[in-house]
Design a protein around this ligand. Structure first.
Ligand code: SF4
Ligand code: SF4
Length: 373
């Protein structure tokens, strides 16, 4: 696990906040719109060990947030972030936390927050287990469950379990989204899931059930190519996670995002809970980090394109052309020595434009929030 670090590339807008709250150069109104989400990466342990798992989770990896830690982070975020609406519980496999998960969902629900869990649906194995789990979730006040599945997942969790879990959830009135990995040329998970009569029936209730396909990003050298449908606009837009999301990892590290490559980008770790600052203090310090602001405005792909405009670099061009996901571009930006060098050399020339766009976007969101009240 990497140690926390402030991005050395990006100290363009330095102030020194000495109190909890927004840095002086940020209008107080901004806290009315950001962050709206607290993500608890509850554990790195997983019943599965998918080959291309972004966090390298498996049954042997230890490390989880205790119930006390989850509750205190929820309390702190609720008290310190006026715009907070949603708490996401993810992992690893968050349902391995059993009653602690339900207690934490209940706690967030009692505070008036929406809640979502991300799971592989392993608990859908039997009808009894399904019903018990859904009962616990409904009693705790859950709002949404996302079930991840697909070729890698299927090696550990059969599609039958996913379908049973989804059916029980929807019957319990819980909004459910099944996310399917992009298939390989030879696999047909999406087609097989959509072929289940239960799924076809659930799809008749779009207010309670949806299915989507996701790009499946490679993390191993000998990965099987996927038939990813690349969303070019998503790839080239600003990152929608930065500043929207405050993230806590199982090691109590605070992260700027829970993007797929966050474990590969030390700069995304913005502190350790209780060490040199609270969750809110660490979160607000990101407003001093020009690179995070730039990433939120333009995204990694566009930043690299702009930096590379005068640089004919075939290797970089190939890497960028192969990127199927915004987080894949982000890890290239943070790791590639040439890009790091260009960032250090040239970031100042982008500061006036990017800061103006950032302030403008924030101001528009504040206005929208005020109008919708
Ligand atoms: S189910 Fe999810 S968290 Fe678990 S190993 Fe697979 S990708 Fe990782
Ligand atoms: S693009 Fe970068 S900052 Fe945004 S979620 Fe992905 S890894 Fe995190």
């Amino acid at each position: 696990m990497s140690s926390p670090t402030t991005c050395e590339l990006s100290k363009a807008v330095i102030v020194s906040p000495t109190v909890v709250g927004l840095p002086e150069h940020i209008p107080q109104e901004y806290s009315a719109v950001w962050p709206d989400t607290l993500t608890l990466i509850t554990t790195y342990t997983c019943n599965a060990a998918c080959t291309e798992c972004c966090f390298g989770c498996n049954p042997k990896i230890q490390g989880r947030l205790s119930l006390q830690s989850m509750l205190s982070h929820i309390d702190e975020a609720h008290a310190g972030f006026p715009a907070l609406k949603l708490v996401v519980f993810t992992g690893g496999e968050c349902f391995l936390l059993k009653q602690d998960l339900f207690s934490a969902i209940y706690h967030a629900h009692q505070l008036g927050l929406l809640t979502r869990c991300v799971t592989n649906g392993f608990w859908g194995k039997t009808a009894t287990k399904c019903q018990q789990t859904v009962q616990h979730l409904v009693s705790a006040g859950i709002n949404e469950i996302n079930i991840s599945t697909g070729l890698d997942h299927e090696e550990w969790v059969p599609l039958d379990s996913v379908v049973k879990a989804a059916t029980a959830l929807v019957e319990g009135g819980v909004f459910t989204l099944i996310t399917i990995e992009a298939d390989t040329a030879d696999s047909n998970c999406r087609q097989r899931i959509l072929g289940y009569p239960e799924i076809r029936s659930l799809l008749q209730q779009p207010n309670l059930f949806r299915v989507q396909s996701n790009s499946w990003m490679p993390f191993t050298v000998d990965h099987q190519p996927r038939t990813n449908i690349i969303n070019r606009s998503e790839l080239t837009e600003g990152c929608r996670q930065l500043f929207h999301n405050a993230v806590v990892t199982p090691s109590q590290e605070l992260s700027a995002c829970c993007g797929l490559t966050l474990e590969h980008i030390p700069e995304m770790k913005i502190g350790i809970s209780g060490d040199g600052g609270s969750l809110t203090e660490h979160y607000y310090r990101q407003y001093e980090d020009f690179l995070k602001i730039w990433l939120s405005v333009e995204g990694p792909y566009t930043i690299m394109k702009r930096l590379m405009v005068d640089e004919a670099d075939d290797e970089m061009g190939e890497k960028l052309a192969a990127a199927v996901h915004i987080c894949q571009a982000c890890v290239i930006l943070h790791q590639h020595p040439k890009i790091r060098q260009l960032l250090q050399q040239r970031y100042r020339e982008f500061v006036p434009e990017i800061m103006s766009r950032f302030y403008l976007e924030q101001a528009m969101q504040v206005q929208q929030a005020q109008l919708s009240q």
